[in-house]
Design a protein around this ligand. Sequence first.
Ligand code: GLU
Length: 449
Amino acid sequence: MTTVTRFAPSPTGRLHVGNIRTALHNWMLARKTGGKFILRIDDTDAERSREEYVDAIRADLAWLGMLPDDEARQSERLAKYEEAFASLQSAGRVYPCYETQQELELKRKIRLGRGLPPIYDRGALELSEEDRAAKEAQGIVPHWRFMLDHDEQIAWNDGVRGPQKFDAAQLSDPVVRRADGSWLYMLPSAVDDLDMGITHVLRGEDHVSNTAVQIQMFTALIAARDETQQIPSFAHEALLVGAEGKLSKRLGSLGCDAFRERGIEPEAIIALLARLGTSLPIEPIAEIEALLETFELSTFGRAPAKLDDAELDRINTALVHQMEFSQVADRLPQGMDEAGWHAIRPNLAHVNEAGQWWALVTGPVDQPEFTQDDRAYLAEAASTLVWSDDPWRSLTGALKDTTGRKGKPLFLPLRQALTGMDHGPDMAELLPLIGEEEAHARLTKAATS
Ligand code: GLU
């Protein structure tokens, strides 16, 4: 059986790190076995859904390299939901309700006061045909609930949480359709999962009780519409938290734009999120194949996954140090070639810092004040400089012999004169890039300033 997964964002905002993680795991689950990953836009809420967010979701997935094999939109499938609803209605599995929000709130409070679970009391089921007609004659339009089967134990073997059991009688019959005819998330999602042949539903553990309810919806839909369809398997991953507990608003709302602006590579996000919350070590792995190979739901833990921003930076830095020139060429400053990239790469935490370091090659550099002693030393250096395959080694080797300097006094004034800095890329790699003429000019300038 081919694995078919889906990522089902509501286009009411940008993707944040939590959805990116869910998307990634669904993408990986499908990729690992050559399956299919579907992007399903959950846009039944016409008022809050925006086209610009749909575009942004697609662009973010593309930037992260998680291209869907297919895309579906709930707003284009409304007729399907209508049909499914009609079949549940014929099967007696949905029923009209007339309570207002205030009435429901009051009922809830009363139940809580009596120590009962605050679930819907199925008051609407007590209404006679005439009662309903009377309500409708008063202009009260019903909303609709799905009727759970209280006698059935709901159970599934969760891919992350193991065996799960729910007593249907302890759950509220969920509202599936509002009085204005619009859909709540649960029913359309179940219809889509069946129709699209979704084999695995992998989502956050905040959906566990939805799954309990949806399992009964799946069963009811299959019985009412198409006996050949199958309920997907479910897995619920632990939620993301910050390093110190709850996920802060800032960290939780981080999305691709913020990461990109900070110079975080998509590969770093993937390497971190692929293994966050699993028993596998988080490592700067750039090859998706390597991450896919070890990706297993059985490695996912039940404890919250701790997102540490500093860890993302560490992974990013390590990945930048591994990146090839061809991967970054279009983001480097004009004129910076492969040798330049190799010289500068070890100094970068982010690719966008390359320009800063490249300016040391192109100049002008801002030299410090030198002591008289160092100026004499640098004059010596200027006259010693001879070009070779390895001019830095020849220069420092010769200066060591002629001046008796070693260690810091030997190297630092040269680095300062040549780059204006106390630290930076390996001088042996940098000096050939600066070039003979320019290096000579910088040493002379330092010697005579
Ligand atoms: N649109 C739903 C959400 O964003 C989808 C949840 C699901 O994966 O079923 O919460």
